[in-house]
Design a protein around this ligand. Structure first.
Ligand SMILES: [Zn+2]
Ligand SMILES: [Zn+2]
Length: 314
């Protein structure tokens, strides 16, 4: 969930054809609505050939789709890339939406134990925030405890505010997830509880150590914040999400110019959660050029893993 600086309806991106790439999507293992297998099927059905599921702080969707039978991460002609999204705190940086930057980890090693430890810590902080938010809602006379108790354990690994917004909606307290954020859950609203967790530099380090490409997600103000993006690039950021579904053409152009200037891989994705329509509808508004896959593969190929970063035995 994010604030939109531009309304893409003003100047929408007209996809020249169906995108074969989506490097940003959520399942019910974090705050999306689809089961992992359902997301993969929906993406394959509309022509996606390279998909990264980027649940918040959680790789379980990838693991359950790929590991049980040891089958390769390819099905129906679709290659699944392991991914995560880490919402990073930026305490000292002014004027950022909710004082956060969101960093995608694309192509991380799902068996990296140190990375999994980092993600598990992030998830437990999410649980604490979730419980504190429910307590605030209770104080406000808006208890959602009964519907929260009915959540499937699979839905509670990487809890997010959209989950709570859906509980509020189920109880009839709000009309939509967006309404839930606007009235209760957004920053400055009565049930807002600040996040606790790692910052962008820690996230970039962790993603790189796990062999992944760290990409800054949906940062529409990149052109106005080039020194910040450069600082992240110098710290190991390797990509910038240029082809974001909700960006209008002007924003795609301005963020793309920053990616080119700083030699960052221009990634792209739908950020599909499922609250406002089907995957096919989201995909119809997405345009990620096919060469993004080649750029990403090249970057991942040369991305040092944790074991390769030490001094070479001379
Ligand atoms: Zn995000
Ligand atoms: Zn996202």
């Amino acid at each position: 969930m994010r604030r939109r600086r531009h309304d893409p309806a003003d100047d929408p991106v007209a996809p020249p054809g169906p995108s074969t790439i989506d490097l940003h999507a959520h399942t019910i293992r974090s705050d999306g609505v689809l089961e992992p297998a359902a997301l993969v099927s929906a993406a394959a059905a509309v022509g996606v050939r390279l998909l990264a599921i980027t649940d918040h702080d959680d790789l379980s969707a990838y693991r359950e789709l790929v590991e049980p039978s040891g089958t390769p991460a390819v099905s129906d002609g679709l290659t699944l890339l392991p991914g995560v999204e880490i919402n990073c705190l930026t305490g000292a940086l002014p004027d950022l939406w909710e004082s956060e930057l969101h960093i995608l980890g694309l192509g991380v090693d799902p068996t990296d134990e140190s990375f999994e430890t980092t993600l598990a810590e992030q998830r437990s902080r999410r649980r604490v925030r979730f419980d504190r938010t429910l307590a605030r809602l209770r104080e406000l006379g808006l208890s959602v405890d009964d519907v929260a108790d009915q959540l499937d354990p699979d839905e509670t690994a990487a809890l997010g505010r959209p989950t709570i917004a859906r509980l509020l909606q189920a109880k009839g307290y709000v009309t939509s997830v967006e309404d839930g954020f606007a009235r209760y859950l957004g920053r400055g609203r009565p049930a807002y509880v600040p996040r606790d967790g790692i910052g962008p530099l820690e996230a970039i380090d962790a993603i790189r150590a796990a062999g992944g490409l760290a990409a800054l997600a949906h940062f529409s103000e990149a052109a106005q914040r080039v020194p910040l993006v450069r600082e992240l690039r110098d710290a190991g950021l390797g990509g910038l999400e240029v082809y974001y579904r909700s960006f209008d053409r002007e924003t795609v152009a301005s963020v793309g110019a920053v990616a080119a200037e700083l030699d960052l891989v221009p990634t792209g994705g739908s950020d599909y959660h499922g609250d406002t329509g089907s995957y096919a509808e989201a995909h119809a508004a997405l345009w990620v050029p096919p060469d993004v896959g080649d750029r990403l593969a090249a970057a991942l190929g040369r991305r040092p893993t944790s074991t390769e970063t030490g001094p070479s035995p001379a």
